[in-house]
Design a binder for this molecule. Structure first.
Ligand SMILES: Cc1cc2nc3c(=O)[nH]c(=O)nc-3n(C[C@H](O)[C@H](O)[C@H](O)COP(=O)(O)OP(=O)(O)OC[C@H]3O[C@@H](n4cnc5c(N)ncnc54)[C@H](O)[C@@H]3O)c2cc1C
Length: 461
């Protein structure tokens, strides 16, 4: 397989109706372009058409991990496209950077399975490639009788759910009494704490940078400032993908498409057009009267109703979370969480440490209408009264925190399937005839990213 991984076609849309399998070809062009339209300044980009085996939409940590995994397979071409000027500028760089252990979610959910698997994969990957990380551990601190009951139940659940492995031979969680807590973290207040030794933190920027480099080392490509705005399943197989770039539209034929567009994955999913099947003949030459089983299989493949029934139209909700920095010295040496909300909208305003040992608090929960507005309204979030409210919440487990040392820092937006007050929703990761749809990849999406990539590969191959 040539190192250059996707193929240019200079003849126009006819190639998009071509039912040939899409494979990398010898005379392929574009060695790792970061900007499609930079490839040859003398030729208008709209003249180019490309073919690719895997087209991954969205270069957040999940899209990067998927593209890296698919590019590493060899023997097929992989193109990752991103609408922004750089990878990882949305949710992936606006989170707590926590490697979760997988304690909270329903046992059979994808969130649990992929988080548990992703946790181990993340530590292995970080160690192997020297990405900064720390298995710093976390405490979930209980204050009330019902908190303590919750923690006991959580501990039993974790014991059943989280396998002991070569890397993680110890108990997945254990409890500490108030006295034990005080001897280790004198500033933390609580009646008991559940310890999660498998929880850690990771430098997400370092992780994304490495994935980007590895995609290119495997012969894959990343195209920046390319926003997918049209997606069509072709009757002859594959997909027509049209992207907006600063130099005009770019049209690509892709054998498989992976929608990893984060906060915009519902828009990408909803833009997918399905072929209109002529009443008498399909493009594969099978007539509508032909009742052979191969016809049924093909028609089933192309049937939009079938697709719709498996995947109803999507609507994401946007749930903003603000973080507060702390200008004082760190008062603890591990992550401290309160007991989470019942419906797991958030894990509570918790305390995380960054890799430099600085404390920060957050994220809070605020459903918003705009998925692109990361601004922090200082008149509310940064106001004295807001700082007081936040510090009151934090003071339930860390009384020494002063509201005067808090400052509004940054915000991230969760791509949620559940609206305000609605019950828990799992990740959607679904494959249908070459289209893999990911939606609702909120926390623990960073932890799960490498496992999601592995899962997507098994859906496709
Ligand atoms: C406040 C907060 C805290 C969190 N904390 C944690 C944590 O501690 N641990 C954890 O495991 N997880 C955490 N998460 C979840 C984690 O950050 C996400 O699950 C993960 O970053 C999702 O990555 P992604 O690649 O799916 O999405 P994104 O990072 O949003 O990437 C999607 C990309 O798709 C691009 N895109 C969109 N539409 C198009 C288009 N039409 N064409 C081309 N490109 C497009 C976007 O520009 C974007 O770059 C947190 C999330 C939030 C919001």
């Amino acid at each position: 397989m040539s190192h250059d991984c996707w193929t240019k076609h200079e003849d126009d849309v006819t190639v998009l109706q071509d039912s040939q399998p899409v494979v990398g070809k010898e005379n392929s062009v574009l060695k790792h372009p970061r900007y499609l339209y930079d490839q040859s300044p003398s030729v208008a980009v709209a003249d180019f058409e490309y073919e690719v085996d895997h087209l991954v939409i969205g270069a957040g940590v999940v899209g990067l991990a998927i593209a890296e995994r698919l590019a590493a397979r060899g023997g097929g071409s992989t193109l990752l496209v991103e609408k922004n000027v750089a990878s990882g500028q949305e949710t992936s760089s606006r989170n707590s950077e926590v490697i979760h252990a997988g304690l909270y979610y329903p046992p059979n959910s994808l969130k649990t399975k992929l988080c548990i698997r992703g946790n181990e994969m993340m530590y292995d990957f970080c160690e192997k490639y020297n990405i900064e990380h720390q298995q710093i551990t976390k405490w979930v601190v209980g204050q009330s009788e019902s908190d303590l009951e919750y923690l006991e139940t959580l501990s039993k659940k974790a014991d059943k759910l989280l396998p002991r492995t070569k890397r993680m031979p110890g108990a997945p969680t254990f409890m500490l009494s108030e006295e034990e807590m005080r001897s280790q973290e004198p500033f933390v207040k609580g009646r008991a704490a559940l310890v999660s030794p498998r929880t850690g933190i990771v430098d997400v920027h370092g992780l994304m940078q490495l994935l980007e480099t590895k995609i290119q080392d495997h012969g894959g490509d990343l195209a920046l400032q390319c926003e997918v705005n049209y997606l069509e399943k072709l009757a002859g197989g594959g997909f027509k993908v049209v992207m907006k770039s600063p130099a005009g539209p770019v049209v690509v034929k892709a054998a498989t498409v992976i929608n990893s567009a984060g906060l915009h994955s519902d828009k990408v999913y909803n833009m997918l057009q399905w072929p209109v099947i002529p009443p008498t003949a399909t493009t594969t030459g099978i007539t509508a009267d032909d009742d052979s089983s191969s016809k049924d299989a093909d028609l089933a493949d192309l049937d939009p109703t079938n697709f719709e029934s498996r995947l109803p139209p999507l609507k994401l909700h946007y749930c903003k979370g603000h973080y507060y920095g702390y200008s004082g010295k760190a008062l603890v040496s591990r992550l401290i969480y309160p007991v989470p909300d019942k419906n797991l909208t958030s894990l509570g305003t918790h305390l995380t440490l960054d890799l430099a040992g600085r404390m920060r608090f957050g994220p809070d929960v605020l459903y918003v209408d705009n998925p692109t507005d990361y601004s922090i309204d200082l008149s509310t979030v940064g106001s004295t009264s807001s700082m007081k409210t936040v510090s009151q919440v934090i003071q339930t487990y860390l009384p020494a925190v002063k509201s005067s040392s808090l400052y509004a820092d940054y915000a991230g937006i969760r791509p949620k399937l559940a609206g305000p007050g609605e019950p828990f929703r799992d990740f959607i990761i679904h494959h249908h005839t070459g289209f893999v749809n990911l939606a609702g990849i909120e926390s623990p999406g960073l932890t799960s990213s490498l496992a999601i990539a592995e899962h997507v590969e098994t859906l496709l191959y």
